[in-house]
Design a protein around this ligand. Structure first.
Ligand SMILES: Cc1ncc(COP(=O)(O)O)c(C=O)c1O
Length: 480
């Protein structure tokens, strides 16, 4: 029998008599949990991602509006992480909300296995229209990790099935400290020691080029020589191994989870040209940087690069629903076309890939980019972020600040002169974020790196508030 939910009421504390009856419910109505129950269940039942559950302090967001998140106690927080780098136009945007409601009146889900629906088709066409030229085909999945997983598998299968097959091309070049998601293929091309070392027995080997880290340059390499140095390292590996390389996998311009490492200008283009020269595919993972984050719709645009495979997720739906996409060139697509009996089909799929509710909100998000001139309006925000970062860079324990578009990072160090890091287990980043939270701003660190990733819709005043709260947190925690 269906269980109805009671009309929403303010949450009470766990006062005696406020607890829910645990016995059979006479009228079959399930009462709303109390505040204390929610907190207890969240601690004891929900297993949170990337969270040590023995220390977890619940933060339960019940509502949101624009760039503000509101918890179950009515406390408001500015969303300085864009709900982990995915929200674009703010929460509860009327056009995005309406698009989902309208799609709900038609159909909520249609399988993409041998079937389609108009909304998802329109989204595919729209993505092809805005993507770097040459990416004419779209494979939908449901997360950034799966978008990368799809690209890895497509690259391998391409080399086996193209008219002049090269099955020996079955390995990948990825960057040190790369992060491409948490499925095993994505983890294999990933290189963040703390996240990935545990799973090594399950992973395939890849070749690794050093992450172009402009803050911690190798001994003897000057800043002005960094591009030549890092590109040279990657080029050498490609030159020596191209016979067995299926693809190079890269987070274009910024290695996000590595600590927002901003690559030197020209690195992406240089790598793309080298890969092309040696007949190695380029997989660009724009899951974190796509959809306006860098100031252009796609990061690859900054360096005039069209990858062979482009991975999109996060901001694709404005941060609303889990839809991801892997875009492919016609060269790749053609290698999969053959009579059924030749088994050249791409045997890969996800039940919810291309979900029409997600596609509807993704289309609405792209409409909002146009209607609200989201990219043009970013310019003053990017400039304001730069001003804040320049000021914050002066603090005693700030070793480096980095920026690419509306993405900022502040690296805390024990010693500025030597760039000696704080030990990761002392949680300096987390402590600063906790202090910012006291000021009504939610940010999440990557170790000692404070990440600034508000929704693109953030106002200048909100951006100021976020940056002042972070700065106050830095002062209180590292200079107090
Ligand atoms: C560059 C990059 N690729 C892939 C992913 C994985 O995306 P998802 O968490 O949606 O699987 C992320 C997530 O942060 C990312 O930053």
């Amino acid at each position: 029998m269906a269980v109805r939910s009671r009309a929403k009421q303010p949450l009470g504390d766990d006062r005696p008599g406020d607890a829910n009856p645990s016995g059979p419910m006479a009228d079959n109505v399930r009462p709303e949990p109390t505040r204390a129950e929610l907190i207890r269940w969240d601690r004891e039942i929900v297993w949170h991602a990337f969270t040590q559950m023995s220390e977890y302090e619940p933060l339960i967001i019940e509502r949101a509006q624009g760039c503000t998140l509101i918890d179950i106690d009515g406390r408001e927080y500015l969303d300085g992480t864009a709900s982990v780098w995915c929200n674009v136009h703010g929460h509860r945007h009327p056009a995005l909300d309406a698009a989902i409601r309208e799609q709900l009146d038609r159909v909520a889900h249609v399988t993409s296995l041998g079937a389609s629906n108009p909304t998802t088709i329109k989204l595919a066409k729209r993505l092809v229209d805005i993507a770097p030229p040459g990416l004419g085909h779209v494979f939908f999945s449901d997360s950034g990790a799966t978008a990368v997983e799809v690209a890895i598998k497509m690259a391998l299968q391409y080399w086996r099935q193209r008219p002049d097959p090269r099955p020996e091309k079955n390995t990948y070049l990825a960057l040190g400290n790369a992060y491409h998601g948490d499925t095993l293929g994505s983890v294999s091309v990933g290189g963040v020691e703390r996240f990935h070392a545990m799973f090594r027995p399950l992973l395939f080997d890849v070749l690794r080029a050093p992450a172009p880290d402009m803050y911690r340059l190798p001994p003897g390499v000057a800043r002005e020589d960094a591009l030549a140095h890092y590109l040279g390292e990657a080029e050498r590996i490609i030159e020596e191994n191209h016979q067995r390389l299926a693809a190079v996998v890269i987070e274009p311009l910024v290695q996000a989870a590595a600590g927002m490492l901003v690559h030197p200008t020209g690195y992406l283009r240089g790598l793309a040209e080298c890969a092309r020269r040696h007949d190695v595919l380029l997989i660009a993972d724009e899951v974190a940087v796509g959809f306006g984050r860098t100031g252009a719709m796609f990061a690859c645009e900054h360096e005039g690069v069209t990858p062979d495979l482009l991975c999109l997720g996060k901001g694709l739906t404005g941060g609303y629903l889990p839809v991801a996409a892997t875009l492919a060139t016609d060269k790749i697509w053609q290698a999969f076309l053959a009579p059924y009996t030749e088994s050249k089909t791409f045997y890969h799929g996800h039940t919810y890939g291309g979900n029409p509710l997600g596609a509807a909100v993704a289309l609405a998000s792209l409409d909002v980019f146009e209607a609200e001139q989201t990219l043009a309006n970013l310019k003053p925000k990017i400039a304001r972020l730069a001003e804040h970062l320049a000021r914050i860079a002066g603090h005693e324990h700030v070793g480096d600040v980095r920026q690419c578009g509306l993405l900022g990072a502040i690296e805390l160090v024990r010693n500025r002169a030597t760039a000696e890091p704080y030990p990761w287990d002392e949680k300096w980043g987390l402590r600063v974020c906790d202090a910012a939270r006291e000021q009504g701003v939610l940010v999440r660190p990557l170790g000692n790196v404070l990440v600034v990733m508000p929704p693109l819709a953030v106002s200048l005043a909100e951006l100021d508030q976020i940056m002042h709260a972070i700065e106050a947190g830095i002062v209180a925690v590292t200079e107090g």
